[in-house]
Design a protein around this ligand. Structure first.
Ligand code: MN
Ligand code: MN
Length: 461
């Protein structure tokens, strides 16, 4: 008799030894991508480098496009759109996989540098949803750009190489923390307390601002910048450690920025393997998801429509608005973002029958939102059925989940903005432990299954 009961299982038991080897091998390339891409700009640049190695060329340099062509388009160094042109008329629809490459972090303020208590420090403004206490007393690197008035960009990266100094946000010693420890967790460390130590020696030749001057002199020597240049800089303090295996069996990866570079990398790897797909295949990395997808590099900007319009114009030789709308209406999209994995230490926040587990595969999330599904794009039953079929036929290990129990909290993804353009969309990504912490945890099996799932989706068997 047919098995009428549905249950997901740990994916490791269903893999052969050679498949397990493949899973472990795949994760090595991913770990490297994480280490080379700790900011949205670096994650974008590194992805473009990988795409170019695989025959992708700048979309704007192509006059016309034909089946099998491989193109990319970068948006302000922070977001990128990759496409492989399909055999079929583009108006019959595109298969999109869209992730984001910004991650929670600590940004410098515009006027960051000050001195106090014989130290030079940097004021910061955190980016995205963080538990502030997790970012104190932990090693940080400083990465980003300083844009000069003459149009040049000075790239800065300090802390990633072992011979470079690192940065640090202090926390109160436990001995004197009686009052702090009585505060609520979210008040224990305030936003204005995330000050980064950048120096501690006085400049002997200066009368005042001695500690600031030491730092400014060093920055000027190395990068040719002065204090005013901080005004037009984007400098991000990010966790200093590299991606590492977790556990004796080495089956998990601990790293900064899994959310959501894990879905970005896996979707790009799936796209790179497409030679001449039936439908045009697009993989896009958006920015600013962690702060609501606002801004001209976020998913709510017109860039996504512009890049798609260019594809239509260059494949068909003509373009009109109706053509773009028809293309969107016929398109499917996986909003590839992470979900929370069940944590046995905090079982109370999840409904065990409707949450994701590490190593049970890539997660489909029909709806996100909070309270009564507020702020979600709820994928239609028919679209869920289609993805089910694609994943089952492609032997993908997969599971479904909500983000936590009803009324426990919640969150959203870019799915709603894609849905508003009249595209079928569902969230589909990798489950994580400790999402948004300086080190997040993902299972190598789930990472591999995300890649396999995106590949099956592009092939749409
Ligand atoms: Mn995310
Ligand atoms: Mn996030």
């Amino acid at each position: 008799m047919e098995n009428l009961v549905y249950e997901t299982k740990n994916g490791w038991e269903s893999l052969t030894d050679s498949q397990k080897k493949e899973v472990f091998y795949f994760s090595k390339g991913y770990a490297k991508y994480l280490d080379n891409g700790k900011t949205e700009r670096l994650a974008c640049r590194e992805a473009v480098r990988l795409a170019k190695e695989n025959g992708f060329v700048d979309l704007e340099e192509k006059e016309t496009l034909k089946s099998g062509d491989r193109v990319y388009m970068v948006n302000r160094d922070k977001s990128v759109y990759f496409a492989v042109i399909g055999k079929e008329d583009i108006e019959k629809g595109i298969n999109f996989v869209i992730s984001h490459i910004d991650s929670p972090r600590i940004d410098l303020k515009q006027n960051p540098l000050y001195e106090d208590g014989e130290l030079a420090l940097l004021k910061t403004h955190y980016y995205g949803g963080i538990k502030k206490y997790q970012w104190t007393a932990t090693p940080l690197s400083l990465i980003g750009v300083v844009a000069l008035e003459n149009g040049e960009n000075v790239n800065i990266s300090i802390g990633e190489n072992d011979d470079e100094p690192i940065f640090y946000i202090s926390d109160l010693l436990i001995h004197l923390a009686t009052k702090q420890m009585q505060k609520k967790l979210h008040e224990g460390i305030e936003g204005e307390a995330l000050n980064i130590i950048i120096g501690s020696t006085p400049d002997e030749k200066s009368e005042k601002d001695k500690f600031r001057t030491t730092v400014l002199k060093l920055l000027n020597e190395k990068y040719g910048i002065k204090e005013e240049d901080f005004l037009s800089a984007e400098l991000e303090a990010v966790p200093n450690f590299k991606a590492r295996d977790i556990g004796l069996d080495r089956a998990l990866i601990g790293a900064y920025g899994h959310d959501d570079r894990v879905c970005a990398y896996t979707s790009l790897m799936a796209l790179l393997e497409e030679k001449e797909p039936q439908k045009t295949a697009v993989c896009m990395f958006s920015d600013k998801e962690e702060i609501g997808s606002m801004g001209n590099t976020g998913m709510r900007s017109a860039f996504f429509e512009y890049a798609t319009a260019l594809l239509i114009e260059k494949t068909k030789g003509t373009y009109n608005e109706l053509s773009l709308k028809r293309t969107f209406r016929n398109s499917d999209c996986l909003s590839s973002d992470v979900n929370a994995a069940f944590d046995p230490t905090y079982p109370e926040v999840n409904d065990r029958k409707n949450c994701a587990y590490l190593s049970r595969g890539v997660v489909i999330t029909k709806y996100t939102g909070s309270r009564g599904k507020s702020g979600t794009s709820d994928a239609s039953a028919e679209f869920v059925a289609k993805i089910r079929r694609i994943f089952n036929e492609g032997n993908v290990v997969w599971q479904t989940a909500e983000l936590g129990k009803v009324d426990e909290g919640g969150g959203g993804t870019i799915a709603q903005y894609v849905a508003n353009l009249d595209i079928n969309v569902i969230d589909c990504g990798v489950p994580l432990l400790s999402m948004h912490a300086p080190v997040e945890v993902a299972s190598k099996l789930d990472i591999y299954m995300a890649y396999k799932g995106y590949k099956a989706f592009y092939r749409n068997y």
